[in-house]
Design a protein around this ligand. Sequence first.
Ligand code: CA
Length: 243
Amino acid sequence: MLSSPLQQYLNKSGYTSFHPQAVLFDMDGVLYDSMPYHVQAWSETAIHHALKHTPEDFYLFEGRTGEGTIQELFQRTFKRNATPEECEAIYKEKAERFNSYNQGATMKGAAEVLAKVKAYDLQTLVVTGSGQHSLIDKLNHDFPGYFVREKMVTAYDVKRGKPDPEPYLMGLEKAGVKANEALVVENAPMGVQAAVAAGIFTIAVNTGPLPDSVLWDAGANLLFHDMTELEMNWESIMHALLS
Ligand code: CA
């Protein structure tokens, strides 16, 4: 089952071998069950500013910077860019709504996936477009022993959001590994695109409402429907990739 995804990865990336040493985890929708609150906060903010949108848009835009999302909605609605002041005010409003709704719940199965990754002696890193200052404290509280600040990529570290490969390229740099020495776990189409553009073997976990085809089309090498399913398949993935 897994030999062909590996072969497809090697064919596409141009590498002749694959030796995983690190796993780069996206955060929202992978480690935390936070996407419904992001979507609620974006939808209400968009309604407040009469910006054309559907809830699905925010799952499709996931991984972009806040400014990228606001510009897309402004172009669509008003055929112009938002001013820096508009961007800042609207993003602040969205963030306040999100913070008031978000329960901080971890994704079911995420801790178990991390434990299995660690059992294979692979480094664990977070690569996120999120920019909360207390993120590392929260990660250390919810998933103790897996993450250190020096090896995190957040909104403060990168200029370009996903689908640009920059966040994942920086993740490789922080891990000290090459693209064919890492795996990415991602839930969003633009996140998958970013990881694939960085040349990394990418496991999609479809924890949201979009059809699987959107993640396959973005270039995912493997796809599971939740973190528990990924955890249950981890040994066979490692067996296929390490053999
Ligand atoms: Ca995500």
